[in-house]
Design a protein around this ligand. Structure first.
Ligand SMILES: Cc1cc2nc3c(=O)[nH]c(=O)nc-3n(C[C@H](O)[C@H](O)[C@H](O)COP(=O)(O)O)c2cc1C
Length: 171
């Protein structure tokens, strides 16, 4: 690799209160890092964070626990702040994931508008700032996290692969 070659950068931005979404985020990062030439960065809401990190990213993956059918309040206020400050996310690639607790049919990938889960407001945000979706929304039930980590890794790997190869976006 040339010394100054700029690798496509994937930012995984998530919140987690009791650790489930963090485990999912870690597995997504693991999958993404397995792709050669993808630079993967993780930030949990509350970590020291500069807006340039968003501006510098080519793709941003947003993840949150489901709280009261939406995102956690920390993620909610983070997204509200983002809409107030001047950071242009339009045209960037993005994807959303969440964990949740209540029983639903077992389909990991689903249209983000299907259920009242955190993926819906995350997806709405992503679209409102003009980002392009690179993968279907991923949602994992809390008690299934450990056994679904492979799904999470695969999801992350595919996103990084699309980012690196510049293949068509998903709508
Ligand atoms: C305050 C609170 C509200 C929640 N509301 C919902 C909900 O509306 N729907 C749902 O499916 N799960 C709900 N859950 C369950 C969490 O989404 C689930 O346990 C999730 O995996 C927690 O993620 P975390 O460990 O990353 O914080 C709620 C949990 C908490 C603590």
């Amino acid at each position: 690799m040339a010394e100054n070659e700029k690798l496509p950068k994937l930012l995984i931005l998530f919140d987690s209160q009791t650790g489930n979404t963090e485990k999912i985020a870690n597995a997504i990062a693991e999958g993404a890092k397995s792709v050669d030439k993808a630079k993967v960065i993780m930030k949990k809401i509350g970590d020291p964070f500069g807006l340039h990190e968003l501006a510098d990213s080519d793709a941003i993956v947003f993840g949150s626990p489901t709280h009261y059918s939406g995102t956690s309040w920390r993620m909610d206020s983070f997204l509200k702040r983002l809409q107030e400050v001047e950071v242009d996310l339009s045209g960037k690639l993005g994807a959303v994931f969440c964990s949740y607790g209540y029983a639903r049919p077992k389909i990991a990938y689903l249209p983000p508008t299907s259920f009242a889960l955190a993926v819906l407001p995350l997806y709405t945000f992503l679209k409102s700032v003009g980002m392009r979706t690179i993968a279907p929304a991923l949602r994992i039930r809390d008690e299934d996290v450990e056994k679904d980590l492979l799904i999470c890794r695969e999801w992350g790997r595919k996103i990084a692969e699309k980012l690196v190869t510049g293949s068509a976006h998903f709508t």
